[in-house]
Each structure stands twice: as C-alpha cells, then as structure tokens.
Ligand binder design. Structure first.
Ligand SMILES: [Zn+2]
Length: 470
C-alpha cells in the first residue's frame, strides 16, 4: 500500500492547487462561498464607465476618483458583478445636461482648461476655486458620471431594472449655473428629471454628511419630488451651511413645494444605533405620507467614522442598514454614491451596499478576498468592517431629547401633506404610455449613435472579469 500512499501524497498538496487556480476560479469560489446569486424577482443593474476613475482633482484635493476603482475591485473580487446587469455607460450629451444646467455654464465647463483659466473673466461667478478646481478633462469627467446616472434612471423607467446603482454619481451640491462642493454637474437632478417622465412622485433621500442642497434647491417649488436630507448642520462652520429643521420648502403654503423639502440637521459624533433609529423613525412616515413611486438614495460615505472630512461616528454596517431599510420598501431605487474621502472605507461601504442591493449581505465573508487587487489598501485587518467608531474622533453631541425633537419636527411637516391628499395626486403625468414610448425611443437612439470608442470598449468586455487582471 506504500505505492498508493505516494500517489495520495502527489494529489494532496492544497497549496499547489491554490497557486494554479485562475482568477476566474478564485472568484467562482467566492461566489459559492458567499452565496452570491442573481436576486429573485427583481433585477439589480450596475452602471459605470471606468474612464471616470482616472481624473485628478489635484494632489492635495480630498476628492479621489480612484476610490471608484477600489470599490469596483472589491465588488468584483467577491464576484458580485455576476449577480447584476452590467452597463458600460456613455457620457451625457450637452443637450442632456442642458435639461438642468444653463448653456453658458456648460460652455464654460467645456472650454476651460488649467492653461486658459486665467483668461476666464468669470471664474468666481461659476464658483471655481480650491473646492472646485479646474483640472484636465473636467467636462469629460462631469459628463461621464452624469451619463451613468441618466442610464441608471432610464433602466428604472423602462423597468429593465428595479435597483440601479451608479457609485460615480450622487454629486448633490452642483447648481444650475455653478459648481459647488467638488460637484460640477448635478447628475441627481438630471436623473430625477428622467424619472419624473414616468414616475408621479420621487422621494430623494440623502445620507451624505453634507446637506443635499443642490437637489433641494432644484426641486424647491414642486410637489413631484420630496427631498429628505440627513446631515451635519452648522450654519457658519460646516459646508454648505444650509438645511436646518425649519427649512421645509417655500413659505407660501400655496406653492406646491411647501413642506416637500425636509431636513434632519445633526451635530457631531452621531453613533450607529441613534442614526439608524432616527432614519427609520423619519423615512417610514415620509414614505407613508408621500407615497413615492420611486426612491433616489444618495449614499455619501463621508458620514462614516474616520472620514477625512466627516464628523460622524458611523460604522459601515449601520450606514448599510439605512440602505437595507429603503430596499425593503420594495419600490424601485436609484442608488448613488456621493461624498467619501477616505477611499478604503468608501470602497468597503459601497461594496457592502452593493451586496445589500443584491440581497447577499448576510452571508458575505467580512474577510476581503485574498485576490482583491489592491488588498494592501485595506491592511492590516483586510476586513470589510473595521471598527470605525472605535477610532471616532468626535464626541456625540446629539442627545436623545434632540433626536426626538427632530422626529417630532418632521412628523409635523408630514401632517400638512396628509391633510391635503388631493394635492398629492393631481400631478400624475397625463400620458404615461406616450412617455414610455418616448423613453424607449431615446434609449434605442442612444444605443445606435453610441460613440465608437465606448462601443469598442463594450465589445472587448469592459466591466467583466478581465478588469481585475491589471
Ligand atoms: Zn459630503
């Protein structure tokens, strides 16, 4: 029997087998280990164009588009891409962006470069400066993240998808005629405008640490969009200084937008349980009173503990519980990124929230897959859930009494809506069929006149396993 023992020895070494596994094999193993399958009964779509990851705001600027590379690598290392429809998106056209932004602002974004900017007389008017610098390819950057958001919105409109994700979107500060807070075009506003062609009421929820001021302002005077922002508020010392509880829309009660802009202003240091409790206490009655037909969720990662610019003490799981809560409402959801300035934690969060969208978060191994390309960024723990709150630098200044006052304040606003239900229902688009055809036609045209370069990338399989290799 000595002979067979030798044979067994040749077969036994797991190490050799490990070394000969291809990347596909390793990903397949993660898929099986983590129970990653396409969700049943609904479709999740992932909208991205990797060109957006390569832009640089400047060495010392906190916004790092390569955080999206890290995010995508984690999503793919777990094999989550196999459970979603992947779309390689094109840049938004100028006409599409002009649905919200002014022609002169778009002209400016298109022509300005680091070399000619000093010749521009109106840099200040467009709010260009340290926060919103001019860098090479700025217009391409803005039109790429905006294009991905429009694509995601259209897939929801034509029901090809029920949960559409664009982590490069969520740039909630940009205004109609100016840049603001690292945002140049407001992809959220443009995506909501798409949704409004099909959906009667859109609920926008924003859990970035900063106030979602650009979106709030854009839809200030309509009851077709309700904006709800949870954020740190300090009028004089924290950007953008807007969004107190008392700001709820136009003061004139006859303006349809009255009571449709809700704000949940927080102090430093809020912690997991309080945040999730507050989120549920407020979101649930908003959905009940407003009856949205679709939800847009901005998942800014700067509300996590240890964020370079943030001041909350949230852990990744708690942030994800908010996404999970929204998902369980069983409405179509458009999921966006937003702020987030500690790239390794941004990637952890958005990969985890992708798993929530797919419905596989509970089985997900918190140990990051060993074949994750930039694993060194997640050292030394290599886990999805580092204890961010333990490193929290901020004392919790949000008393229970204060949190209750926020809940009561919001409920008071919602009572105005419940007392006027007829107002809520009168703005349903008159011809849904026509709009549907319109959207379908646009999608078809879009496919047909897609730019050759992107089509080529698509044909060579961008957004697939191959991306992990480099
Ligand atoms: Zn932010």
């Amino acid at each position: 029997m000595a002979r067979s023992a030798v044979v067994q020895e040749y077969q036994a070494p797991g190490r050799i087998e490990e070394n000969t596994l291809t990347l596909d094999d390793k990903i397949q193993r993660e898929i099986e280990k983590n129970g990653i399958v396409r969700p049943k009964g609904y479709t999740v779509s992932f909208h991205a164009n990797s060109s957006v990851e390569k832009f640089h705001f400047g060495q010392s600027h906190p916004m790092k588009p390569w955080r999206l590379t890290l995010t995508k690598q984690l999503v793919m290392a777990y094999g989550m891409h196999t459970a979603m429809d992947l779309y390689l998106t094109r840049a938004a056209t100028r006409e599409e962006m002009a649905e919200f932004h002014t022609e002169d602002y778009l002209d400016f974004l298109k022509r300005v470069t680091p070399n000619n900017m000093l010749l521009e007389p109106r840099l200040a008017q467009y709010n260009i400066g340290d926060d919103c610098p001019i860098f090479d390819g700025l217009y391409d950057y803005a039109s790429l993240y905006t294009g991905a958001s429009l694509d995601a919105a259209r897939k929801l409109c034509n029901e090809q998808s029920q949960v559409a994700i664009n982590w490069s979107g969520g740039l909630h500060h940009a205004k109609k005629t100016e840049a603001s807070g690292f945002c140049y075009t407001n992809d959220i506003v443009l995506a909501i405008l798409q949704l409004l062609r099909y959906h009667p009421r859109v609920l926008y929820i924003d859990i970035d640490v900063h106030h979602g001021d650009g979106v709030e302002q854009a839809f200030w005077s309509t009851d077709r969009v309700m904006t709800l922002s949870f954020h740190k508020y300090d009028k004089d010392n924290f950007f953008p200084g807007t969004g107190p509880l008392s700001s709820t829309g136009p003061e004139n009660p006859l303006n349809p937008g009255a009571h449709h802009a809700l704000n949940v202003p927080l102090h430093d240091g809020i912690e997991d349980e309080d945040y999730v409790w507050l989120f549920k206490q407020i979101v649930e009655p908003c959905v009940g009173a407003y009856q949205p037909s679709v939800i847009v969720l901005q998942c800014g990662a700067d509300s996590l503990g240890c964020d370079r610019l943030g001041c909350f003490n949230l852990n990744i799981r708690a942030h994800g519980r908010c996404v999970d809560f929204v998902k369980r409402l069983n409405l179509p959801i458009l999921v966006f990124g937003g702020g987030g300035y500690t790239p390794r934690n941004v990637a952890r969060l958005w990969a985890y929230e992708t798993s929530i969208c797919i419905g596989c978060s509970e089985q997900l191994d918190e140990k990051l897959p060993a074949h994750t390309p930039a694993l060194a960024h997640f050292a030394p723990d290599n886990t999805l859930f580092p204890p961010l709150s333990e490193h929290g630098r901020f004392e919790n200044k949000n008393s229970r009494q204060y949190l209750w006052s926020l809940v009561e304040g919001i409920h008071k606003q919602l009572a105005y809506l419940e007392s006027a239900p007829s107002v809520m229902m009168q703005h349903i688009p008159p011809d849904l069929g026509g709009i549907r055809e319109d959207v379908d036609r646009e999608i078809k045209e879009e496919r047909e006149d897609g730019d050759d370069r992107y089509r080529k990338q698509n044909e060579t399989g961008a957004g697939t396993l191959g991306e992990l290799v480099d």
